[in-house]
Ligand binder design. Structure first.
Ligand SMILES: Cc1cc2nc3c(=O)[nH]c(=O)nc-3n(C[C@H](O)[C@H](O)[C@H](O)COP(=O)(O)O)c2cc1C
Length: 189
């Protein structure tokens, strides 16, 4: 376990299911990870993050739904096997949703930003506790059918999946295309 926040931030990596052992993450850890998400900041205490946590045979329900969403009644066997392998390797698949609040002063973009912060908290906690994960998106995750399947309504949004697992190997070195100095303008006087 790594308690140094800057080190945790820098060494967190996107780790995909092919690099998971297939072992199960204990429920106590999953709870800690979700609690970390709940400490994300928001404008106006809207707390718009919603999660649906799929594990065990519950993952099969998601597999069936996502396969049908992508391919209709005739699943593409290659896509199906790829998705199934990823679902099997993941301990938990956490669907990420944004629940739109009713305060008209808070624009939707602020709610989406807050969910992004919640996911980062979740991801950092995952890494700090010795587990791994990644945020998966792709065109189908933003579809209204998925939002409905997750129990969200028209004003809400589904924003992807957080795959959670046990890492098979140490994290790789991170890559950034440019240094932070290339993205910052300083005006000092
Ligand atoms: C909002 C968001 C969506 C992402 N969606 C995908 C995805 O669909 N597929 C994928 O391979 N990686 C996805 N990623 C992970 C990025 O590819 C990854 O964070 C990036 O390559 C940097 O690597 P790192 O996380 O190890 O620093 C996503 C990341 C974010 C923040």
């Amino acid at each position: 376990m790594n308690n140094d926040i800057l080190e945790t931030i820098k060494t967190r990596r996107t780790v995909k299911p092919m690099d998971y052992t297939g072992e199960i993450v204990p429920e106590t850890v999953v709870t800690q990870i979700l609690e970390a998400a709940n400490w994300a900041p928001t404008h106006g205490y809207t707390e718009p993050w919603r999660f649906v946590v799929f594990s065990g045979t519950g993952k099969n329900k998601l597999l069936e739904f996502m396969t049908h969403l992508a391919d209709g009644d005739t699943p593409n066997p290659i896509r199906y096997e790829k998705r199934k392998a990823a679902y099997d390797a993941a301990s938990h698949i956490i669907a990420i949703g944004m629940k739109r609040g009713d305060n008209p002063k808070i624009p939707e973009i602020e709610e989406v930003l807050s969910v992004g912060m919640a996911v980062q908290n979740m991801w950092l906690a995952t890494h700090a506790l010795g587990y791994c994960g990644y945020w998966s998106t792709g065109a189908d995750v933003f579809r209204e059918e998925l939002a409905n399947f997750l129990g969200l309504t028209e004003a809400d949004k589904s924003l992807g999946f957080f795959y959670l697992g046990v890492p098979a190997k140490p994290n790789k070195e991170g890559i950034r295309m440019t240094d932070i100095r290339a993205k910052v303008v300083e005006i000092k006087a």
